[in-house]
Design a protein around this ligand. Structure first.
Ligand SMILES: [Zn+2]
Length: 611
């Protein structure tokens, strides 16, 4: 708990113009300051900051508040964490007391306890490493040297070593009083099916993942022996760790990022550390996950220039492209850097040089350039041109929230590179877009951050399917694999289904808490309310204790919803194929294939409709 007095002194110290000015380019405007709003897309500055009133307000999207509220929104923190961040910034000491034993805790207390356990573990592993590398002859010291890590690097990133033991943590006096339950919850220990509890990380090089406040919230642990799979073991997600929201290394690189408004994104921890020690101190890495919308938003808030520097192999290129698209759809203009000879950044820096990488970074490829990568410039025949145009159209079609001026600029660049008239390319794109209109959503209205999650009524049965799988394990195990994520139309329902699948595959228990960990509070509130209301519906005319009756009812309800979702999915597929058909004039073979596919889906549709 943070005391009232402490909060007050933070509020007094954190001048709003300072706090916001450190993160956003503020310009004076009369008695106030203004800027382009960091919370919505805009060109004209409608984000105002009043020094006299110590508040901010955006006249575009309506977001408003004081300096604490700003930090909560901008840094994605809850209230106490926003206070902690500002306290650290202004040199105010926050004294908090807690114990590992007390079980009636608020959520914030619990998070604090979890972070403290992670802090102890970080120190433990780190101290281990420092002890171990004193021994010049140890295998571990050799390994560290081979990876090119110095003691200094290990200190900056608090890198550690997890001993080759099943109970190293519990053998340490500092962990003696910490409940295993807590250690399991933060992912330091694990319980197997037989009930045995053991350390999750053994004989591994430990990379702590820090949050923006400098708390360790997870570990990414690399094996010392490349024969051992998996190469990396990562902490499971927890109340304090959401991998889709965190960048590895952001805590260390944030100062440079904010000073230069630029960021380099790499794939692996070792890449990040290597880049950092070679002077690229604005580098961050993904935490063993694909790039997400949340990542894009964090980047957008912190930088104007993004360089995507993934591995030079095919998988790396693909991932880089997908990442670029997501950034572009969030209004950014990323550049991709392709490393030669399929190298990753770490290896590149070891066998080439820093200055060579500098040169590559200066020559990053923009969005349109990416489509030309695999084609030889000197051999740009008609068929290649068409392939490129198809891919550009498809991608621009997907990027439904791009501004028209941006689309026009991309098309102009494409027409220049292809040597095709700009006007005719634009016309073709319009035709393409009209034919895809069903898939092409018009600009979504900006949602105010304070609004509730709103679900289209037509999508509700998708949530019903998820609710039913959640309430009945049998239903879940019977049907989970027969559903495909593409059956869902609602974005959150799709995400939720994927989370279900992930947990199920990992053999984790599935409950309301752990399937909702990745979602924002708005959606959590919505889904919890929804399940509560469905519970009422299902129990309404079931006698107490009538388990069989309830089971039958749930099973029937599931089948009904499942039928609906399938039929809707088929409709979408057929529509898509007809759209495609409009585009395949003169291509008889393709036309035949599409007609055949349509016929197949239609017969399935009838079959299900009759069932
Ligand atoms: Zn705004």
């Amino acid at each position: 708990m943070i005391s009232k007095e402490q909060i007050e002194s933070v509020v007094n110290a954190a001048d709003i113009v300072d706090v916001i000015g450190e993160r956003v380019d503020l310009r004076r405007s009369g008695a106030n300051h203004k800027a382009a709003c960091p919370f919505h897309d805009e060109k004209t500055a409608s984000f105002m900051v009043s020094h006299a009133k110590q508040i901010f307000k955006c006249f575009g999207c309506g977001v408003a508040g004081d300096s604490i509220k700003f930090i909560m929104l901008y840094e994605n923190l809850n209230y106490p964490d926003a206070i902690r961040l500002l306290a650290a910034r202004y040199g105010i000491e926050i004294k908090e007391s807690f114990s590992y034993q007390n079980h009636n805790k608020t959520d914030d207390d619990k998070k604090e306890t979890m972070r403290s356990a992670m802090k102890l573990a970080t120190e433990f592993y780190h101290q281990n490493l420092l002890n171990e590398i004193k021994n010049e002859n140890s295998k571990f010291t050799q390994y560290i040297k081979e990876r090119g890590l110095t003691e200094e690097d290990c200190k900056i990133f608090k890198i550690g070593y997890a001993p080759d033991k099943w109970h190293a943590l519990k053998e340490n006096i500092k962990f003696k009083d910490i409940d295993d339950k807590l250690l399991i919850e933060v992912g330091l220990r694990k319980q197997n099916e037989k009930g045995n509890i053991y350390d999750l990380f053994r004989n591994r090089l430990m990379f702590p993942v820090f949050d923006i406040l400098g708390n360790v919230i997870a570990f990414s642990a690399r094996t010392l022996d490349d024969e051992i799979q998996p190469k990396y073991v990562n902490s499971p997600e927890s109340t304090i760790y959401k991998k889709s929201k965190v960048f590895f290394g952001f805590y260390q690189s944030k100062d440079t990022v904010r000073k230069t408004h630029s960021m380099i994104l790499v794939e692996g921890n070792m890449d990040m550390v290597s880049m950092f020690k070679n002077g690229f101190t604005n580098t961050v890495a993904l935490c063993g996950t694909a790039f997400t919308e949340d990542h894009a938003q964090t980047m957008k808030r912190n930088a104007d220039n993004i360089n995507i520097l993934f591995d030079g192999d095919v998988a790396g290129k693909k991932a880089a492209f997908r990442t670029a698209e997501l950034l572009i759809s969030n209004g950014m203009d990323p550049k991709i850097i392709i490393l030669p000879d399929e190298l990753d950044p770490d290896t590149f820096l070891k066998i080439r040089s820093r200055s060579e990488l500098d040169n590559l970074l200066a020559k990053g490829i923009g969005f349109i350039g990416m489509f030309f990568l695999t084609y030889d410039k000197s051999n740009m025949n008609a068929s290649n041109r068409i392939k490129i145009i198809d891919k550009i159209f498809e991608s621009l079609g997907r990027l439904s929230n791009l501004s028209e001026s941006k689309v026009a600029a991309f098309l102009k660049e494409a027409s220049d590179r292809l040597g095709i008239g700009e006007e005719s390319l634009k016309k073709d794109f319009e035709t393409f877009r009209k034919s895809k209109k069903s898939n092409y959503r018009s600009k979504a209205p900006q949602i105010e951050p304070t609004e509730k999650y709103v679900c289209d009524k037509k999508d509700l049965f998708e949530f019903n399917i998820l609710y039913l799988m959640l309430s009945d394990k049998k239903v879940c195990s019977e049907y989970l694999r027969t559903i495909d994520e593409s059956y869902f139309l609602n974005h959150e329902a799709t995400q939720l289904y994927m989370k279900f699948y992930e947990l199920y595959e990992e053999g984790e228990s599935i409950n309301l808490n752990n399937i909702l960990v990745d979602f924002d509070d708005k959606f959590k509130d919505f889904f919890i309310d929804y399940t509560a209301s469905q519970e009422g519906v299902f129990l309404a005319d079931i006698d107490e204790g009538d388990e069989v009756g309830l089971e039958i009812k749930i099973d029937q309800a599931f089948k009904d919803s499942f039928k609906k979702i399938k039929l809707r999915f088929f409709k979408r597929e057929i529509k898509k194929l007809y759209d495609e058909l409009k585009f395949t004039s003169d291509d008889v073979e393709n036309e035949e294939r599409i007609m055949k596919e349509i016929a197949e889906i239609k017969s399935q549709e009838i079959e299900i409709g009759n069932s």
